[in-house]
Design a binder for this molecule. Structure first.
Ligand SMILES: [Fe+2]
Ligand SMILES: [Fe+2]
Length: 141
């Protein structure tokens, strides 16, 4: 793994963070039903974390000599509350896997602080994943 390969992967992560911001924002608008106020607020509350992740990644890509992408990855289409939460859960779990790999790759290249910061992001995404998971666990109760 070269520095350039790490920059490219961090840019994919950045595109995914932009997608997460779009996903949470549009889903917050789309949720319906008696629990719309709670679901909408829950989804919107995640945006600040994802925006923080995006800013962090853009900063680090620049430090490594790269150019941060301005393109978001695609957002999964979903049209029911449950489908939206399932899409969010899948995206969060993908982020956990991605940052786990990225933390190891950064450490291998000697970027110890970056690796630790990426581990913090694993913690954030894990918290997001667990909260969504708990909502889905009780969906049919
Ligand atoms: Fe994130
Ligand atoms: Fe997240």
């Amino acid at each position: 793994m070269s520095n350039q390969e790490l920059i490219d992967l961090l840019n994919q992560d950045l595109a995914n963070e932009f997608a997460a911001i779009i996903q949470y924002t549009t889903y917050a608008a789309k949720v319906t039903g008696p629990f719309r106020p709670e679901l909408s607020q829950f989804l919107l509350a995640e945006v600040a974390d994802e925006q923080g992740h995006a800013k962090f990644l853009a900063d680090k890509i620049l430090v490594l000599g790269g150019e941060p992408t301005t393109q978001a990855a695609s957002v999964a289409p979903a049209n029911t509350n449950k489908a939206m939460l399932e899409a969010v859960l899948e995206a969060e779990n993908r982020a956990i896997i991605g940052y786990t790999q990225r933390a190891e790759q950064a450490a291998t290249l000697g970027h110890k602080a970056l690796s630790l910061d990426l581990e913090d992001m694993i913690r954030d995404e894990t918290r997001h994943s667990e909260e969504v998971s708990k909502i889905l666990d009780g969906w049919n109760l």
